[in-house]
Ligand binder design. Structure first.
Ligand code: SAM
Length: 187
């Protein structure tokens, strides 16, 4: 992989490959065009990935891409809000990815919203197995993204340190650049 320190998605994927076992269960909370779903499907050779999106267009696009890219049949695509994750994923999870904001190359009408994002992150945190990890990519360059970012940081910073570790990765000399929050459940 051509790894870039400035790509928060590269850093996020690094956490996943270091901490999620290949027979694990992971959730892509924001499937979009399916790039992260595909990455998780590839990583989870003997595991399973569940992916959520509220836009039917995203589910269709992901389904098409996964076929085109030759993904293994280890995924379930769910057209629902990620805050409803527990209705569809009943067991604990090893990993989860949130890539907040707008669907790339779309008309930019639908973005993630802080209320549902926060609810989903809170639920996902409680679903983590010991040692499991959540990565949240935040785009503070637009109004809702800035608020969402602020609240995600606050949530992560307020987690019980006896049960979780939380991390913040950001380009210090580019304050409006995307940043990453990661949460690991202690073993
Ligand atoms: N991971 C995607 C990819 O690899 O192409 C990009 C994700 S995009 C930045 C954010 C996605 O979150 C959009 O497709 C949007 O429809 C979706 N989204 C917004 N609100 C949501 C919600 N409440 N539940 C699930 N998905 C949501």
């Amino acid at each position: 992989m051509d790894y870039s320190m400035t790509s928060i998605l590269d850093v996020a994927k690094q956490f996943i490959t270091q901490l999620v076992p290949r027979d694990g269960v992971a959730v892509d909370f924001t499937m979009g065009n399916g790039h992260d779903t595909f990455f998780l499907s590839q990583w989870l050779e003997e595991g399973h990935v569940y992916a959520f999106d509220i836009q039917e267009e995203a589910v269709k696009s992901t389904r098409k891409h996964l076929k085109e890219w030759g993904a293994r049949e280890n995924y379930t695509l769910i057209h629902a809000c990620h805050s409803r994750v527990k209705e569809f994923v009943t067991g604990p999870i090893d990993g989860g990815m949130f890539n907040l904001g707008y669907l790339p190359h779309s008309d930019k009408v639908v973005t993630t919203r802080h209320k549902t994002s926060l609810a989903a992150i809170q639920t996902a945190t409680e679903m983590l197995k010991p040692g499991g990890v959540l990565v949240v990519a935040v785009y503070p360059g637009h109004g809702e993204g800035a608020l969402e970012g602020e609240l995600v940081q606050r949530l992560a910073a307020g987690l019980d340190s006896r049960r979780f570790d939380s991390f913040f990765y950001r380009l210090l000399n580019q304050p409006s650049a995307p940043f990453l929050v990661a949460i690991q459940r202690k073993k």
